[in-house]
Design a protein around this ligand. Structure first.
Ligand code: GDP
Ligand code: MG
Length: 370
């Protein structure tokens, strides 16, 4: 049966739970706020409190929220979003840091100190490239598991002195499963015992055929330590992104994905969001997972307050009432009422699922909204 807790019903109506309990008491039922009541009872209570009741289904709530086809409106080229993967100690963090610091203009506000989980640099070709600064397979898998698709290109880092290792193979499998093109960065070529040729031939075993081996996967020799050929890597990324013809419509309400989120003592809930379509602006009403809010402040990866963020731009978002989770998709909605409806519906679904899992039940339940 469809059920709802008294507290949740009260929340949806923006009423106090005690007032709901009082109505039930008048009808001769003793109840507490955590008790479940059925949908018919909930409807009666809502009407008693002067609310209009509308029972909705998932499609009512979620419909039109994500328009991944993005057909309407003019399409503009957008920067590629890149994730760096590879075996531990092969230089993922070093490479991310090297690319970032090489791109920081001296005197730039925030400089290299600002770490928001993603950053954007300008390639020698003039185009921009967005790096997800949370390397590791865990982040990639977590996002994928939540249905978020953020990465356009995977840079596979392989240390030239170590070769293909277990997590290299894992990364290849991730990229292939997600159908994301790879670029191989053969790192640590400054080391005397580096053997880039061996890396190329080892990769063949895992069906990664680089260009010099007659394949189509680009490979670039780099040294994160000496900042050697970082421009070469950025050029390869730019070339790959041209092939992918990455486009998005900036002139529409924003959609994106939460890359990281935390509760900051001074600033409240802070979420790093990758905007994927449309443009996010201060004042926008946003939903992500079971949280919503109004964008109070947008902070760029350079630590500057910005008024808006377009496709492929990472930005810190302040204004969420709670803290969303990494991998949550974010959308702009037209009103706070709609935001409440969506997030309370999802919160309810989440609890239902948890209960269903706990009791070994399956199935979806029609929801009751007020
Ligand atoms: P991660 O685990 O893949 O993030 O690897 P790190 O970036 O933490 O690097 C692991 C170790 O390799 C560190 O001691 C780095 O200083 C070193 N390292 C990274 N890149 C290079 C490189 O290009 N050359 C040399 N010689 N050492 C490197
Ligand atoms: Mg690391």
């Amino acid at each position: 049966p469809e059920t709802i807790t008294i507290q949740e019903l009260a929340n949806r109506m923006a009423e106090r739970a005690v007032d709901v309990v009082r109505i039930l008491m008048k009808q001769g039922h003793m109840a507490k706020s955590t008790d479940l009541i059925d949908a018919d009872t909930a409807q009666l209570i809502a009407e008693e409190l002067g609310h209009t009741v509308r029972r909705v289904s998932e499609s009512d709530v979620e419909e039109g929220l994500f328009d991944s086809a993005d057909v309407e409106g003019a399409q503009s080229t957008r920067p590629p979003v890149v994730t760096i993967m590879g075996h531990v100690d092969h230089g993922k963090t070093s490479l991310l840091d090297a690319i970032r610091s090489a791109n920081v203009v001296s005197g730039e506000a925030g400089g290299i100190t600002q770490h928001i989980g993603a950053y954007q640099v300008t390639a020698p070709t003039g185009g921009k490239v967005t790096f997800i600064d949370t390397p590791g397979h865990a982040a990639f898998s977590a996002m994928r598991a939540r249905g978020a698709r953020v990465t356009d290109i995977v840079v596979l880092v392989v240390a030239a002195d170590d070769g293909v290792m277990p997590q290299t193979i894992e990364a290849i499998q991730h990229a292939k499963a997600a159908k994301v093109p790879m670029i191989v960065a053969i790192n640590k070529i400054d080391k005397p015992d580096s053997k880039p040729e061996r890396v190329r031939s080892e990769l063949l075993q895992y069906e990664v055929q680089v260009e010099s081996m007659g394949g189509e996967v680009q490979d670039v020799e780099v040294s994160a330590k000496n900042k050697t050929n970082l421009d070469g890597l950025l050029e390869s990324i730019a070339l790959q992104s041209e092939i992918l013809e990455l486009k998005a419509n900036p002139d529409r309400p924003a959609e994106g994905t939460v890359i990281e989120a935390k509760l900051d003592k001074g600033r409240g809930s802070v979420a790093t969001v990758l905007v994927q379509r449309g443009t996010l602006r201060t004042g926008d009403i946003i939903v992500a997972g079971t949280e919503f809010g109004r964008v109070r402040l947008l902070v760029s990866d350079k630590g500057e307050n910005v008024a808006e963020a377009g496709p492929s731009t990472p930005v810190e978002v302040l204004g969420f009432s709670g803290t969303p989770e990494a991998g949550d998709r974010i959308a702009v909605v037209e009103s706070e009422a709609r935001a409440r409806e969506i997030t309370s519906y999802r919160a309810h679904q989440k609890r239902e699922k948890a209960v269903a899992r706990a009791t070994g039940m399956r199935g979806s339940l029609e929801q009751m909204m007020s």
